[in-house]
Design a binder for this molecule. Structure first.
Ligand code: PLP
Length: 377
């Protein structure tokens, strides 16, 4: 994983500050584990003799125990899924019904907002404030609850802001859930291992009294540069987990065993390459922030996690969809409009620093700066 592929540079195409797909190779140890499983008969509905059907669930339970000091039951509380996308969809499907409300602190993960439309849930947005560094306000979440609230969604660490919840914020959220037993928390932790500046990620799972009320979703896509492998999971209480596994079985027959073996190898053997990737990303983040600081009237918080920055371009445009389109067409830089991440994202553009190496990041920001100068001249 440590070797960057830098395929966009090779193609000489537009600069990719758009899609949060890391330009790193999957660690060969993960590929080897997959090849070993396939070569030894894991090509059927069931694993080959000698292969453990629950290898991934056990590896995840070990990971939670060793890395987060959290006890989860691998057989009853862990559900492998086709990426976090499926994990989020299945959690919503087992928990909520069309017409229910989901409280969504935003800006937040754009695909989650799109999902709510598909499943007929009504989003109740709770603005996170830039002047508060986008921090979670649990009192504001509490004020947004109504009789129709079925779920609260939280992306921690947050995509696109890179904010990481503190222990106190998660504890306050846990208390709120205890006061509202009919409300569940959909907690998206896809970036929990891509942390900078010594930040720590805290788990809500250490309070087992909440387990039946939380759906913790995560993914191998970001941490292990495995976006194309489509591997994620949900950790939740036994009853919810049974329903999620049943739905997953009905939709797609579950995750392939060879991919499960690859995921187990990632957890057991790849901490070093994860560390190397995070160090590289921290450098790219610095390049991005230094370059953005050169643009007049553009403020940008320093993200403590994730693959992206979320600068404020409202001095130049309040229409982020239009600005993002101009950046692609006129400057050759692909970006995401802030409005996709919720109403409070308007005026911002999300720029990823995971896909391109430092010099291309510098070049991308310089092109953005050039276009803004030309438009205001
Ligand atoms: C916050 C967040 N959740 C979920 C996902 C989806 O991950 P996966 O590739 O595992 O479906 C992403 C990917 O961009 C993400 O940023």
């Amino acid at each position: 994983m440590a070797g960057a592929e830098d395929h966009e540079s090779d193609r000489g195409g537009p600069i990719n500050m758009w899609v949060a797909d890391p330009g790193f190779r999957t660690d060969p140890k993960i590929v080897d584990a997959f090849n070993f499983a396939v070569s030894n008969g894991c090509t059927h509905y069931f694993p080959a003799p000698g292969f453990d059907e629950h290898v991934l669930e056990k590896a995840l339970a070990r990971y939670y125990q060793e890395e987060q000091g959290v006890q989860v039951d691998p057989m009853n509380e862990v559900c492998p899924t086709h990426g976090a996308q499926e994990a989020l969809s299945l959690s919503i499907q087992v928990c909520a019904r069309p017409g229910d409300e989901m409280v969504v602190p935003e800006p937040t993960y754009s695909a989650l907002i799109e999902k709510l439309g598909v499943f007929g849930l009504r989003p109740v947005f709770v603005p996170l404030l830039e002047e508060e560094h986008w921090r979670l306000d649990v009192d504001a979440v509490k004020s947004a609850l109504t009789k129709k609230t079925r779920m609260v969604y939280l992306c921690d660490p947050n995509n696109p802001t890179g904010t990481v919840c503190s222990r106190a914020e998660l504890d306050a959220l846990g208390e709120l859930l205890k006061e509202n037993r009919g409300v569940s928390l959909l907690l998206d932790e896809c970036y929990s291992r891509v942390l900078f500046d010594g930040s720590s990620h805290h788990s809500i799972l250490d309070d087992r009294a909440l387990l039946g009320q939380v759906y913790v979703v995560s993914s191998f896509s970001k941490t292990y540069a495995m976006t194309g492998w489509r591997l994620g999971y949900v950790v939740t209480g036994k009853e919810n987990a049974e329903r999620i596994k049943r739905l997953s079985e009905e939709y797609n027959g579950g995750v392939s065993y060879a991919v499960r073996y690859a995921g187990a190898a990632a957890l057991a053997q790849c901490s070093e390459s994860v560390r190397a990737m995070v160090v590289e990303l921290e450098g790219r983040r610095r390049v991005m922030l230094e370059a953005l600081a050169q643009i007049k009237d553009v403020a940008c918080d320093t993200p403590n996690a994730g693959f992206e920055v979320f600068p404020n371009f409202s001095a130049y445009s309040r229409d982020s969809v239009n600005l993002s389109s101009d950046l692609e067409k006129k400057a050759g830089v692909k970006t995401m409009p802030g409005a996709k991440y919720g109403p409070s994202g308007e005026g911002h553009i999300r720029l990823v620093f995971c896909a391109e190496e430092g010099p291309r990041i510098k070049e991308g920001v310089s092109r953005i700066s050039g276009l803004l100068r030309a438009q205001t001249a």
